[in-house]
Design a protein. Structure first.
Length: 201
C-alpha cells in the first residue's frame, strides 16, 4: 500500500466502513460527502515568517482542501484518486471564452491553462479568488485542487502558503508525469504572482 504524506493511519474501522462503499464507485459524488467532525480540524501548526518576524500560523489549507485530503485517505487506489480529481474538474463552471486570452494564459504548462483572478479589497488583506480552465481533463482537476487550497484566502495568506508541502499530502507528484508536475508548479507560481501583484508583498 502506498504511503501518503500527512495521512493519519489510525482512523477508526467504523468510519472506514462508513465511507468504504464509495471506493467501489467510479467517482465520488459532487460535492464531497461531509466527513465526521473528528476527521477534520487542525492539521497541526507550521512556522511562517512574515517581514522577518517568526509567527505561529495554522496551516493555510482551506476546509475544502482538507476534505480532499480525507477523500484521498479513504480512496486506497491511485486510480480512484485520479478519477476523483478529474470529477472535481468536471464540476467546475466553464470559463468564459472571452477570458481565454494571452494575458490569462499560464506559461510552462504542457496543456493550455487559463487563470483569472478576482480580488475583493485592497492590499495584503484583500480576499483572493480565481477561476480557471484547461483543455486537459486532469489539469482541469488540478485547477480545482488549487482553488480549494488558495481561493478565499487573503493575499498575504496566499503568498505564505507552502503549496508544495500541502500538495505533498496528496502525493500528487508521485503519480504525475514530469510535464504535469512542472505544469502544476507553474500554476502555483502564477497564482502567487497574481496575488503578489495586488500588493501583498
Amino acid at each position: 500500500m502506498l504511503s501518503w504524506h500527512g495521512m493519519n493511519s489510525t482512523r477508526g474501522t467504523h468510519d472506514k466502513a462508513q465511507y468504504g462503499k464509495l471506493k467501489a464507485t467510479s467517482s465520488w459524488p459532487t460535492p464531497l460527502p461531509q466527513l465526521p467532525a473528528r476527521l477534520r480540524g487542525s492539521r497541526g501548526v507550521r512556522l511562517w515568517t512574515l517581514n522577518g518576524t517568526r509567527l505561529n500560523w495554522k496551516s493555510m489549507a482551506q476546509e475544502e482542501f482538507e476534505e480532499i485530503v480525507d477523500a484521498f485517505d479513504y480512496l486506497d487506489e491511485w486510480q480512484d484518486r485520479y478519477r476523483h480529481v478529474i470529477d472535481m474538474g468536471k464540476a467546475m463552471s466553464p470559463l468564459d471564452e472571452a477570458l481565454k486570452v494571452p494575458a490569462t494564459k499560464v506559461e510552462g504548462c504542457a496543456s493550455q491553462v487559463w487563470l483569472v483572478p478576482n480580488v475583493e479589497g485592497t492590499g495584503a488583506t484583500a480576499i483572493f479568488t480565481f477561476e480557471g480552465e484547461s483543455d486537459a481533463v486532469i489539469v482541469r482537476g488540478l485547477i480545482a485542487v488549487l482553488k480549494a487550497l488558495f481561493s478565499g484566502l487573503s493575499v498575504r495568506e496566499v503568498l505564505n502558503v507552502d503549496a508544495r508541502a500541502e500538495l505533498n499530502r496528496l502525493g500528487l507528484e508521485e503519480h504525475l508525469t514530469s510535464q504535469r508536475s512542472n505544469g502544476l508548479r507553474s500554476m502555483v507560481k502564477r497564482i502567487q504572482e497574481l496575488a503578489g501583484s495586488v500588493g501583498g508583498k
